[in-house]
Design a protein around this ligand. Structure first.
Ligand code: EPU
Length: 277
């Protein structure tokens, strides 16, 4: 492994939750100055590594990841208005908000993301999404920091329209006063709804839900649970998850996706970002 001050060559299979993908140059940045250097050539931004299917051939772009200095969870003081760094883990924030008796993020319980990635995907569940509470972001774009209100980010169901070649560095939320007990009760509902989701390595739901329906239900109804191409398998727990049973490759995952689409016979849009294809 080649190591320099701020970047090194690694495998995308180590950076993504599906554990698939070839070589990439990872630029882990700890400051805006480092972000400047890292983004001087074509780049992709990675957060927690869910929602990405990376090619076995790897990617030519640099992969930029915000380091620990952009995780500011420890500065969360339980105020309704919060600015937090984009590498702050969402699960930790959901928990801290509950403890502080602040409502608004409980619908995001269990979403494996850091805040920047959660905004970029408008992450959510049936119980709520990031755009319910998001007020503003700070992003690094064209060499400087800019602030944009949430309304300017084109947030919709699992998508955003961030400025090209931008990196979210900070996010501002406004939460609503409640009590720890009330937020906890709401979280229990969200948790119960996720019980049917697999524990195995996956990239989250593979497909967006078609309007008014559930991709998982359609895939299940078509009898596809357990369908396998190599080590890529349709989860037995939930039809909309593709799990890596060991050493799945991106080719196998893509082949499985095409088999699912053909068998379901409905247009199914991928929720994931495809890298390097
Ligand atoms: N269903 C089946 N078989 C399955 C899966 C689901 O019959 O294999 C049925 C369920 O019984 C239920 C319906 O389909 O009646 C909906 O299923 P579920 O409650 O699991 O919700 P979903 O629509 O499949 C959505 C989000 C999830 C989120 C859950 C819980 C999408 C694509 N999925 O799933 O988000 O966790 O609601 O709120 O929007 C993600 O986006 O990565 C994700 C996992």
């Amino acid at each position: 492994m080649q190591i320099t001050e701020s970047h090194r060559t690694t495998e995308l299979s180590r950076l993504t939750t599906l554990r698939v993908g070839g070589a990439a140059e990872l630029w882990e940045v700890e400051s805006v100055g480092e972000l400047h250097t890292a983004t001087s050539e074509p780049f992709l931004v990675i957060g927690a590594g869910s929602n990405v299917l990376a090619s076995d051939e790897g990617v030519r772009e640099r992969v930029v990841r915000l380091g620990r200095s952009f995780n500011t969870l420890s500065e969360f003081e339980g105020k309704e208005e919060i600015w937090l760094g984009a590498a702050t883990p969402l699960p930790g924030l959901v928990r801290r908000a509950q403890q502080a008796g602040l409502s608004g993020l409980e619908g995001l319980l269990g979403v494996p993301a850091v805040l920047g990635g959660a905004v970029a995907m408008n992450a959510g569940t049936r119980f709520g999404a990031i755009d319910d509470t998001l007020q503003e972001v700070e992003l690094f774009v064209d060499g400087s920091l800019e602030r944009l209100p949430a309304a300017a980010l084109g947030l919709a169901y699992r998508r955003s329209q961030l400025p090209l070649h931008s990196v979210i560095t900070c996010v501002r939320f406004r939460l609503t006063p409640s009590t720890p007990e009330r937020v906890q009760r709401q979280m229990e509902q969200v948790d119960a709804a996720r019980k049917g989701q697999p524990k195995k390595k996956s990239a989250g739901c593979a497909f967006k839900n078609p309007q008014g329906d559930s991709a998982g239900r359609l895939i299940d109804q078509a009898g596809l649970k357990g369908l396998r191409v190599g080590d890529a398998m349709v989860s037995l727990a939930h039809g909309n998850f593709i799990v890596n049973m060991g050493n799945a490759t991106s080719t196998q995952v893509l082949e499985l996706i095409e088999l699912i689409r053909a068998a379901v016979g409905r247009e199914l849009d991928l929720e994931w970002k495809l890298w390097g294809f």
